[in-house]
Design a protein around this ligand. Structure first.
Ligand code: TUI
Length: 315
């Protein structure tokens, strides 16, 4: 059994978080992950306060295990969502795409465990100083909105810089990734891409097929011009967006209009022409649709076998 302080702190069996993927991470997926012993996370990104409350209530009908809510700090609903988290007594909050300090104090005072997603040592240290329960150190291999650092160098530097548990994210999809993350000084992992194809993940079947078919060079990063780079599958839409942003004649407004609603079109409609299929660069390792229980047990048992045999590598 993998021994990790984050399991004790959160009351979970395995140190495996499911990423709070916008439009994707709903009650059914999060409940299945928590029920399987990991930390399931509902993404509040595209929800107003009352929609989030309904999703939390739905999750509670499916599991009584601990769960989290991810707050995307660029969301237009961030204020109301931050209040619902308190009134619903959500056990764990993760945050992304910004600096969570303005909300942390009231969450922590209300007994919510706060685990910011950070893409730098500086933010990790800042939130640790203000009482964060743990941090997710997310490298640029991740899907969606990413920072500049990659997982392999970021995780040990964050682990060296704070005393709280560190969860590694970005480029992790199997037992090898979990074992490697532990060796880098992490206390657990967060995975998004592998859970995209979970049976309990209700995205459009076109999205799952595209992830399952993607190979080692199947993703690309666009959006640097807007200051919010995102990693997605290399599709006609992603290539076109990338070309448009290089063109100085295209205004920022036109570019934003072109991208607007693209994630919803991928997740809900499976729109192969105009959808943006956010996905991590680890997609090439994700080969089959499985239940969340199968995924978590495969990752954890894979890592345990590797770690037990690790000394065989020494002479
Ligand atoms: O937030 C994410 N991943 C996301 S959010 C998202 S929604 C979206 N969809 C389309 C376009 C843009 C956003 C999709 N994927 N991951 C966590 C994460 N946080 N990655 C990077 C960061 C981050 C970046 C800058 C955290 C803090 C930060 O700066 C904070 C500061 O002020 O120092």
């Amino acid at each position: 059994m993998i021994n990790s302080r984050i399991c004790k702190i959160l009351g979970i069996r395995y140190p495996v978080f499911q990423g709070g993927m916008a439009w994707v991470a709903e009650a059914e997926l999060a409940a299945a992950v928590s029920e399987a012993g990991g930390l399931g996370i509902i993404a509040a990104m595209n929800m107003d306060g009352e929609s989030l409350r309904a999703e939390i209530k739905k999750l509670r009908t499916l599991t009584d295990k601990p769960f989290g809510v991810n707050v995307m700090l660029m969301s237009p609903y961030v204020e109301e969502v931050s209040e619902v988290i308190i009134s619903e007594r959500v056990p764990v909050v993760t945050t992304g795409a910004g600096n969570p300090l303005v909300y942390m104090k009231k969450w922590l005072a209300a007994g919510v465990k706060v685990i910011p997603v950070v893409a730098s040592v500086a933010l990790a240290q800042m939130v640790a100083k203000r009482g964060a329960t743990a941090v997710v150190a997310e490298g640029g291999e991740s899907g969606g909105h990413i920072g500049e650092a990659n997982t392999m160098p970021l995780v040990p530097q964050v682990a060296d810089s704070v005393d709280i548990p560190v969860i590694a994210a970005g480029g992790i999809a199997d037992g090898r990734g979990l074992a490697a993350a532990l060796m880098l000084g992490a206390d657990g992992v967060q995975m998004g891409t592998r859970f995209l194809v979970a049976k309990e993940c209700k995205i459009h079947p076109n999205y799952k097929q595209k992830v399952l078919k993607a190979g080692d060079t199947g993703t690309m990063v666009s959006g640097r011009r807007s200051g919010h780079p995102v990693r997605a599958l290399k599709t006609a839409f992603a290539r076109e967006y990338s070309e448009l942003e290089k063109n100085p004649e295209i205004t920022d407004e036109k570019l934003a209009e072109f991208g607007s609603g693209a994630l919803r079109r991928a997740v809900v409609e499976g729109d192969l022409d105009k959808g943006s299929f956010l996905c991590g660069s680890v997609a090439g390792l994700v080969k089959e649709e499985q239940t969340c229980k199968q995924i978590i047990e495969d990752v954890v048992s894979g890592a345990e076998k590797l770690l037990k045999a690790a000394s065989d590598r020494l002479v």
